[in-house]
Write a protein that binds this ligand. Sequence first.
Ligand code: MG
Length: 156
Amino acid sequence: MRIGQGIDAHAFREGGNLVLGGVNIPYARSMEAHSDGDVLLHALCDALLGAAGLGDIGQHFPPGNPEWRDIDSRVLLRKTFAMVGAEGYRVLNADLTVVAQEPKLAQYIGTMREYISTDLGVTADQVNIKATTTEYLGFTGRGEGIAAFAVVLLED
Ligand code: MG
């Protein structure tokens, strides 16, 4: 078995579409990013790559490459999972945390789990997603952006 962790953070910008865990979330702001800015899926990709010893998301999907501009991060997740699968690994479980003062995310967690477990070829109970605030502390607490953390366990 192999474990991997991933961390990502993006700043807010006014307007646009906020996407977290592949889910469109109604909100006045979205993430400043080259892709769709899905911090949760980016953290998960890094955890998968880390567990498989395959480097990081920036190496495989360089932000300067026009191919990845505004791309749906579920496409990146599926490509990442394919690389990990090609090394002979399957996912045992993933545990993900989104850190955001707002918006409230509880009602979207179920759909995120559904999307992510589908993309990883596992059942929803193998993907846990938590959302937390930081009680107004730090950049997430001040509402300047969103952070995400992921750990993944792989088995070959
Ligand atoms: Mg990112």
